[in-house]
Ligand binder design. Structure first.
Ligand code: SF4
Length: 360
């Protein structure tokens, strides 16, 4: 793998097939060489130009001098008892032109027939949800398309020997993906391209706190992942308290954008609801959620709060079951999600540790 410390040339990671064709032409090479690099880099995961044996030797040597593949660097791996691996990755350091160095987090979760990779889209986050540790970092900076794609490549490569046939990606790590719209969509076009990393759009989910104009923009994209909304409350008053973004895009606007969202025949919207003990987990909350989501093709993921550094309580197991039953009784599919990797702090809203803060 190319080391970030040695980056001198143009970073090709994150470039589209078209951009790579243009890059080759700028070097006086035939444009089709760009397509060959695109395939070697993303489909074959060759991270060293010398290993791109589909290119002539002279071009490989030239690229080694004049270009780079700036993969995020693994700073630490935390292995959970359930097989989850949480990576702390360094980005930015050493890149010419220089993006601010930062640490981000990526989580690899193996399952029986697939793996799910949770990726970050920003270093830190400005949205300030009260139940989220990432929020405590503030926004460090947006990630580039290459840094977003690079997280998936690093996680796949690091687990190459044990990969299952299906890969899922979830954009639920650090950051609000829809506040880094262009880089996120550029990354997704590579991640979901059958000629590149080839993840099915059915297996890719972008989770947002509810940035309404960007949801409307995403609705018009030709290539797009599934959409998940971080709901977490049953009224504006309640949501204002834990998600300040709700004051800008209140529930009526947010759910209006959801109603207008053009779902593909196989698709539904996912609503995530972190159950904070004694705050938003009552039967009345459940009934209000049913009303809010009426007439939407939707499912709800209920995420019992993991006690951590923040001042909320773990919800009572009986309350969680009752909440789920109220939704299910009204034909709103609801699932209680286990928080994988809790012992390495890889659970929802917990992607911010000392290393991240240290890089600020
Ligand atoms: S939950 Fe998501 S949007 Fe909210 S502060 Fe955390 S990272 Fe940002």
């Amino acid at each position: 793998m190319s080391s970030q410390a040695s980056i001198a040339g143009v970073n090709v990671l994150g470039k589209s097939a078209e951009e790579l064709r243009e890059f080759m032409q700028a070097l006086g090479e035939p444009a089709y060489r760009g397509a060959q690099i695109y395939h070697a880099l993303y489909a074959e995961r060759r991270f060293d130009f010398a290993a791109m044996t589909n290119l002539p030797a002279a071009l490989r040597e030239r690229l080694s001098r004049e270009a780079a593949i700036a993969l995020p660097q693994v700073v630490r791996r935390y292995h959970s008892a359930d097989g989850t691996v949480r990576y702390v990755l360094a980005i930015g350091a050493g890149e010419s032109g220089s993006a601010k160095a930062a640490n981000i987090e990526t989580v690899f979760m193996p399952e029986e027939n697939r793996q799910t990779i949770c990726i970050s889209t920003q270093a830190g986050c400005a949205v300030d949800c009260r139940f989220c540790l990432t929020a405590t970092l503030g926004l460090v900076r947006n990630l580039t398309a290459g840094e977003i794609v690079g997280q998936v490549l690093v996680a796949l490569e690091d687990n190459r020997a044990a990969l299952k046939p299906q890969t899922n990606i979830v954009l639920m790590g650090q950051g609000e993906p829809l506040l880094n719209y262009d880089a996120v969509m550029a990354a997704l076009r590579i991640l979901l391209d059958p000629n590149a990393i080839s993840i099915s759009p059915k297996h890719a989910t972008l989770s947002t706190s509810g940035i309404v104009p960007s949801i409307e923009r995403m609705a018009r994209e030709k290539v797009r992942p599934k959409l998940a909304i971080s709901l977490n409350a049953s009224s504006d008053e309640q949501r204002d308290k834990i998600m300040p973004i709700n004051r800008k895009y209140p529930l009526e606007k947010l759910l209006g954008a959801c109603r207008n969202y053009p779902l593909r025949p196989w698709e539904h919207l996912t609503f995530e609801y972190v159950l904070l003990g004694g705050f938003n987990d009552s039967p009345d909350d459940a009934r209000r959620v049913v009303k809010l989501l009426a007439n939407l093709r939707a499912k709800v993921n209920l995420i019992p709060w993991n006690p951590g550094d923040l001042p909320y309580e773990k919800p009572d197991a009986k309350r969680v079951a009752e909440f789920r039953a109220i939704l299910a009784d009204k034909d709103l599919p609801a699932f209680v999600r286990d928080s994988r990797g809790q012992d390495v702090m890889a659970a929802c809203g917990q992607l911010a540790l000392a290393e991240s803060a240290a890089a600020l």
